[in-house]
Design a protein around this ligand. Structure first.
Ligand code: ADP
Length: 376
C-alpha cells in the first residue's frame, strides 16, 4: 500500500480539506463545543469582530459575541440566538448587532445551527455577515420615506381644506356633478392621508424611534370611538359593525393613539374584505393578565396558502387581488409592529369564504409593557 493512502493519511487529508473549506467561506464562520467554547473561527469572522485567533479560540461564545438589540442594549443571555439554538435544537436566522473589539457596534445577519450527533447537540456553527451597508441603505430609505411623507402632508391638507370649503358653499353654489367630483377628491385625499400615516408609522417602527405613552385608558371607550369612525364606510356597504360589551370596563395602562391605529386597521379590513350585508363583530375579554380584543367578520377569509404571509410587508392574498379591492399590504405589517411596541400580540383564525377573526392581546399591567420612549 503506498504510504500516502493509509487510513491515517486519508483522514488527515480530509481534515486539511475541511479546514481549507472552512477558512475559505466568504462570510464569518465560527463553531463551538457543547459548552459554548469557541473551537474554530475563519479569517472573515476574525476581521468582522476585530479579534485575533488567539483571543477567540477557547473563549466562551456568549461572552465574546454579545448580541445587542436595535437600541444598543445587550440581549439577555436566555434570548440570544445561540442560547435558543442550543435549547431548541433548531436553526435560527436573524439580524442582531455584535461589538467589534474597537467598541463599535456592527449590524449582523446570522444563522446559527446546532451541530447534532446522534440527536444530541455537541456544539453550534454560526455563519455571520457584516450588513453595515444594507443597514445604511435601509436607513436612507426610511429617512427618504419619512421626509417625502411629511412634505406630502402639507399640500394634502390644503386640498382637503379647500375642497371642504367648496362643498360647504363658501365659494358659491355648486351643481350636483361638481359636488360629486369634490366628494371623490375628499375621499381620495383621505385615503392618501391614511397611506402617509401608515408609511410614517412604519418608518418610525423600523428606525426604532416610535415612542409609546403609558396612561390609564378604557379599552371599551376606544373600541366605541374607532367603530364610530368607521360607521359611514360600513353603512355604504350595508355591513353591521357591533361591539359585544364585556361585563365590566377594561382599563389598561397603554397608548390610546397606537391602539386606535391598530383597531382601525383591523376594522377597516373587516369591512373591506366582507361582502355587502355582512357583519363585523368586536368583543373584549380580560384573562391571564391580558386584555384580548377580537374583530370577527363574515368576509372572504384568508386562503390557507397565504396564512403564513399576512403580516409580511406588502403582502396581499390572491383572493383579494382577484376581487380588485384596493390596498397596500402594509396595514397588518404595521399592526404587528405597533402591537409588539405595546408588549402585546396579534393572531387570527380564518376560513376562506366564511370569515376571519383577528385577535390582539395587550398586557393589563404596565410592567409587562416595553418601556420605550415615544416620539410622535
Ligand atoms: P391591505 O388590506 O392594504 O391589502 P393588510 O396588510 O391590511 O393590507 O392585509 C394584508 C392582506 O391580508 C390583505 O391584502 C388580505 O389578503 C388579507 N386580509 C387582511 N385582513 C383580512 C380580512 N379581515 N379578511 C380577509 N383577508 C384579510
Amino acid at each position: 500500500m503506498p504510504a500516502n493512502s493509509s487510513p491515517k493519511h486519508e483522514y488527515e487529508g480530509q481534515r486539511a480539506l475541511a479546514e481549507v473549506l472552512f477558512n475559505s467561506i466568504g462570510d464569518g464562520a465560527a463553531t463551538t463545543d457543547e459548552f459554548g467554547k469557541i473551537t474554530r473561527i475563519n479569517p472573515t469572522g476574525l476581521s468582522i469582530i476585530g479579534y485575533s485567533e488567539e483571543e477567540v479560540l477557547g473563549a466562551w461564545f456568549p461572552k465574546l459575541f454579545i448580541a445587542y438589540d436595535e437600541n444598543s442594549q445587550p440581549v439577555p443571555l436566555i434570548d440570544r440566538p445561540v442560547t435558543r439554538a442550543f435549547v431548541s435544537g433548531e436553526i435560527i436566522s436573524e439580524r442582531t448587532h455584535y461589538r467589534h473589539k474597537s467598541g463599535r457596534l456592527i449590524p449582523i445577519s446570522m444563522t446559527i445551527s446546532p451541530i447534532m450527533v446522534k440527536n444530541q447537540p455537541v456544539g453550534c456553527i454560526e455563519i455571520f455577515r457584516d450588513i453595515t451597508r444594507e443597514y445604511e441603505i435601509d436607513k436612507m430609505k426610511s429617512d427618504f420615506i419619512s421626509l417625502a411623507s411629511h412634505q406630502l402632508r402639507t399640500p394634502l391638507s390644503a386640498i382637503k381644506t379647500y375642497s371642504h370649503m367648496l362643498i360647504d358653499g363658501f365659494m358659491g353654489g355648486l351643481t350636483k356633478p361638481q359636488l360629486r367630483a369634490l366628494q371623490t377628491i375628499v375621499s381620495a385625499s383621505n385615503r392618501m392621508n391614511e397611506t402617509i400615516s401608515t408609511l410614517l408609522n412604519i418608518t418610525r417602527i423600523e428606525s426604532g424611534s416610535i415612542i409609546v405613552s403609558r396612561k390609564p385608558i378604557s379599552i371599551n371607550q376606544i373600541i366605541e370611538e374607532v367603530i364610530n369612525e368607521h360607521r359611514l364606510a360600513a353603512k355604504d356597504k350595508k355591513i353591521s359593525v357591533s361591539f359585544n360589551q364585556s361585563d365590566k370596563p377594561v382599563v389598561i395602562i397603554s397608548d390610546a393613539v397606537v391602539i386606535k391605529e391598530v383597531l382601525s386597521n383591523l376594522i377597516s379590513n373587516g369591512i373591506k374584505y366582507t361582502p355587502a350585508n355582512g357583519k363585523v363583530v368586536l368583543a373584549l375579554k380580560s384573562k391571564g393578565g391580558q386584555a384580548v380584543i377580537s374583530v370577527a367578520d363574515s368576509g372572504v377569509g384568508i386562503p390557507e396558502s397565504s396564512k403564513d404571509s399576512v403580516f409580511t410587508k406588502f403582502f396581499r392574498a390572491e383572493n383579494v387581488i382577484r376581487q380588485e379591492t384596493s390596498g397596500t399590504g402594509l396595514g397588518l405589517y404595521l399592526v404587528k409592529g405597533l402591537i409588539n411596541e405595546l408588549g402585546g400580540d396579534v393572531w387570527f383564525d380564518s376560513s376562506e369564504n366564511k370569515g376571519s377573526t383577528f385577535y390582539i392581546s395587550l398586557p393589563l399591567l404596565p410592567n409587562t409593557i416595553s418601556v420605550k420612549s415615544v416620539k410622535k
